[in-house]
Design a protein around this ligand. Structure first.
Ligand code: 7RM
Length: 636
């Protein structure tokens, strides 16, 4: 039995038990057999959730790019490492082999060194989904610089905050980016941000859109000529296991973004191992994750996890709606994608479109479908399963977080029987616990509580950049000796987990705990409903009452609204109970969403509570205009 590649449910349980009985021994075996080390560890794990402090493979030395690139050159030198699919269907895809990736990453490493970047320096990467983004990330890792990728959809204010928080000295960006029919002038966003970032000494600019741009002398350099002149060889920086690999910002429920810090060895081992098993990657597969590398999903499951396994990983520059809503399926057919990993928000958007857009493509290459980012509602799950997977590709509903570095709860496809809306079982080495409000663990099955993790896994974030106390306070203070995820979850009769959503989304109505996700699921089953969001608002008698924001499908827009309200509440009564009926329902053109597609409930809560004096910062929203539109409809 190979611990590395799980092949059936019995094996999963065997390996899981082993990983929990003796985690050190288990992870040592994985680390030993599947990676290249420059020096062996002297201690596998030390940890203390009170401090908090976690160290894996202490004393070991390595470089993650040696594991992701160099070591594959003997066997896979001409295998495609990165398959770049451009925004425009008229531009050919680029097959970047492992050999070419090696050369480009080394060139970029040398360019960075020439700019004076050294081990431990922070480099901010603000690039669209073009190959240079992958080169930049890996080049930082190669020379030991700490990358901080900022999603290239963020505003200049958000970018400046992130540059300053970690004191980045170099920014890597592009002239512009393509997003469907639009192009965005990235360079001027950077220029605006840098007015407030005195610490930035140099800016490297990739040319993508070819527009005019302003180059500040002594600060800005075009990347291409520097790359051209750079050597294709660059020795790795030998890193300690616990040296930081990157910072990635994630928004907290309040205040400024948290710069989550991930370290080299544990992150590498965990992302590689989860990738192999959760996507059941085989030698000739072509794997596609549609996320942006600006999010943790892109870091772990477009770049590091797949490349550590010598995989072919697709990098898609475009959007699902361009040139039409069939684009995803066109790409699946064209590149014979075997594993497809996307978010429920994308699935719901595509499910609204005519089915011909899916049916006209040959999707028979698909073997595994993934979902990540938010709870997948039942309707979307079935649409994905029926129309994309044709009921033959298992759906892996993968629950995890920026903070966890890798997937924590997920089926192993072809081993774990799936169940709609359930992320199912903890991954190998992951020890979840459900906690009650009084800090006690809820044992047994058919229970619900707050999701914590009892024991460290290799890729847990080690701190918040520059604020270890906030790290302790946010994740380790709610429950003694536990990592608190901020999510609620239930466990069914067989021990499957279902993530019910952020615990701050739990609303107590007349003393009953109601999760927003199941109510939204019920509403979304209405034929006329495209999407919905529920929030609580103060109520004299019940404590809280429920307010529903509902987006209708095109065909339902002309229907009588009161009739629709009655039907929606009838559905909720049927699916959950009369207690979950909504006091107020408004029909809106859209919902305020973060750039990663998460609904900003904070704003909806304020509008529902008639408390719009301080809506907070809405500038990072994908669709800031929708806030005004909703206010008008609600009349506040
Ligand atoms: C990977 C990622 C983390 C939060 C997390 C959850 C929610 C993510 C799922 C999910 C239900 C899932 N990182 N979440 N995956 N909820 N089912 N499969 O998204 O840091 O951006 O977000 O996302 O609330 O705490 S993240």
């Amino acid at each position: 039995m190979s611990n590395y590649h799980i092949k059936n449910l019995e094996e999963y349980f065997q390996i899981y038990r082993k990983s929990v009985r003796n985690p050190e021994l288990f992870w040592e075996e994985i680390a030993e057999e599947h990676f290249v080390w420059r020096k062996r560890w002297n201690n596998i794990l030390s940890w203390d959730f009170e401090k908090p402090e976690v160290k894996w493979f202490e004393g070991a030395q390595l470089n993650i790019t040696e594991n992701c690139i160099d070591r594959h050159l003997t066997k896979y030198s001409d295998k495609t490492a990165i398959l770049f699919e451009p925004n425009s269907v008229d531009e050919p895809a680029q097959h970047i082999t492992y050999k070419q990736l090696y050369a480009q990453v080394n060139k970029m490493s040398n360019v960075l060194k020439l700019q004076g970047v050294k081990k431990g320096d922070r480099v901010c990467i603000y690039l669209p989904m073009i190959p240079e983004l992958a080169y930049a990330v890996l080049a930082c890792a190669r020379i030991g610089a700490i990358h901080s990728v900022v999603f290239a959809g963020f505003s200049s204010t958000a970018l400046a905050t992130r540059i300053n928080d970690c004191d980045a000295s170099v920014v890597i960006t592009a002239d512009g980016s393509y997003r469907g029919a639009k192009s965005i002038d990235l360079k001027s966003i950077v220029d605006e941000a840098l007015n407030d970032c005195p610490g930035v000494k140099s800016v490297l600019v990739a040319e993508r859109t070819g527009g005019k741009m302003n180059l500040v002398s002594d600060r800005d350099h075009l990347l291409a000529p520097l790359m051209k002149g750079a050597s294709e060889e660059c020795a790795i920086e030998v890193m300690d296991a616990e040296d930081p690999l990157f910072i990635l910002y994630t928004s907290g429920s309040t205040g400024k973004p948290k710069g989550m810090v991930h370290s080299c060895a544990g992150y590498m081992v965990y992302t590689a191992y989860t990738f192999k098993n959760i996507f059941q990657y085989r030698e000739d597969d072509v794997y596609w994750c549609t996320a942006d590398i600006g999010w943790i999903t892109g870091h772990s499951y477009i770049l590091y996890g797949p490349l550590a396994n010598g995989a072919t990983t697709v990098m898609f520059e475009g959007v699902p709606s361009y040139p039409d809503y069939g684009r995803f399926w066109e790409v699946v057919e064209k590149h014979k994608i075997t594993q497809f990993y996307t978010a429920p928000t994308a699935i719901r958007a595509l499910a609204k479109e005519p089915l011909e857009l899916v049916e006209k493509y040959d999707l028979s290459s698909l073997k595994v479908l993934g979902s990540v980012g938010e709870p997948i509602n039942e309707e979307a799950w079935h649409w994905y399963n029926n129309n994309v997977g044709k009921k033959e590709s298992p759906i892996v509903d993968t629950w995890w977080q920026t903070e966890t570095g890798g997937i924590m709860i997920s089926p192993i496809p072809y081993s774990t029987p799936t169940k709609p809306t359930f992320a199912t079982l903890p991954f190998i080495g992951v020890q979840p616990a459900l906690m009650d409000e009084n800090g006690k663990e809820i044992k047994g099955n058919q229970v619900e509580g707050r999701l914590c993790i009892k024991f460290p896994w290799p890729s847990i974030a080690r701190t918040i950049w520059g604020n270890h106390e906030r790290y302790r306070e946010t994740y380790f203070s709610a429950y003694k000796n536990m990592y608190f995820t901020g999510d609620g979850a239930s466990r069914d009769a067989v021990g499957y987990y279902r993530i019910t959503g952020r615990v701050d989304d739990v609303i107590i109505v007349s003393g009953h705990n109601l999760g927003t996700a199941p109510i939204e699921d019920a509403i979304n089953e209405h034929q006329g409903v495209a999407e919905s969001a529920i929030v609580g608002f103060p109520h004299d008698i019940k404590g809280n009452a429920l307010f529903g924001y509902v987006i209708l499908k095109e065909e339902a827009n002309s229907r009588d609204q009161d009739e629709l309200r009655i039907e929606i509440n009838r559905l909720i009564s049927e699916k959950i109970g009369p207690i979950a009926k909504l006091d107020k329902i408004v029909f809106v053109p859209g919902l305020p969403k973060t750039r990663s597609g998460k609904i900003m409930r904070r704003i909806l809560r304020k509008i529902a509570s008639n408390d719009v004096s301080n809506l907070g910062d809405v500038s990072t929203l994908l669709n800031p205009d929708v806030v005004e539109q909703i206010r008008k409809i609600v009349g506040v």
